[in-house]
Design a protein around this ligand. Structure first.
Ligand code: DX5
Ligand code: ZN
Length: 210
């Protein structure tokens, strides 16, 4: 995959027509569909679950990155894999046995992503960098679209890039939250491989050069 790639987040789509939203993603340089799953507890709101993923799976061949903002992600990975997720990304802060969950996702034949909120340092995920396929750096506090990017979080992206070079790791670095035309270049410069965009993609303002 030639990076950086754009991963539009369905969170900011018009839910009354997810078919149209998927088409917008395909027609506007989206390479991955980012699907934010919220449980109303790890984050305040509730979005959608496996039945929705299952139903939109038939609309596109693009990979689905399911971003689980849920407690106990280990209870969800199998059913999201069966529903059609290609990448399953869970929060380090939502579980104890991150390493085991990565193994569980790999056993299901899917890519494993680990996400960290703005207050979590890279040192907390050092032990799993070797086996994760994606590290998703949240650049806003998770839960809502349309927030402002926290610039200090981008230091973690550069740090991950350096660690990958030094250790020959293979993960992709993904950035999620507050990406718009004012912040896009700083996210690319920091070294992101996958750039998630919700509100600026779906309001048509994001100027992504393919
Ligand atoms: C926020 C979600 C994001 C969200 C990003 O908790 O994880 O994926 O859709 O939205 P924007 O791009 O509007 O910040
Ligand atoms: Zn997300």
């Amino acid at each position: 995959m030639k990076t950086p790639v754009l991963a539009p987040s369905l969170l900011s789509a018009d839910f009354s027509s997810l078919e149209r939203a998927i088409k917008q993603i395909e027609d506007n340089n989206g390479s991955v569909v980012h699907i934010d799953v919220m449980d109303g507890d790890f984050v305040p709101e509730i979005t959608y679950g496996q039945p929705v993923v299952r139903s939109i799976r038939k609309l596109t061949k693009l990979p689905f990155d399911v971003h689980l903002m849920t407690w106990h992600p280990e209870k969800q990975v199998k059913t999201f894999a069966e529903a059609g997720a290609d990448w399953i990304t869970f929060h380090l802060e939502a579980c104890v046995h991150a390493h085991r969950i990565i193994q569980q996702i790999h056993e299901l034949g899917k890519k494993a992503g680990v996400s960290i909120v703005p207050s979590t340092p890279i040192s907390s995920i050092k032990e799993i960098l070797e086996c994760a396929d994606i590290i998703l750096v949240m650049t806003v506090n998770p839960g809502y679209g349309g927030q402002k990017l926290i610039p200090s979080c981008l230091k973690k992206v550069s740090e991950l890039k350096k660690l990958r070079e030094e250790n020959n790791y293979n993960y992709l670095i993904s950035v999620d939250g507050g990406v718009n035309n004012d912040t896009l270049q700083s996210v690319i410069d920091a070294g992101a491989d996958v750039i998630v965009s919700g509100s600026s993609f779906f309001n048509g303002s994001l100027n992504w050069k393919a």
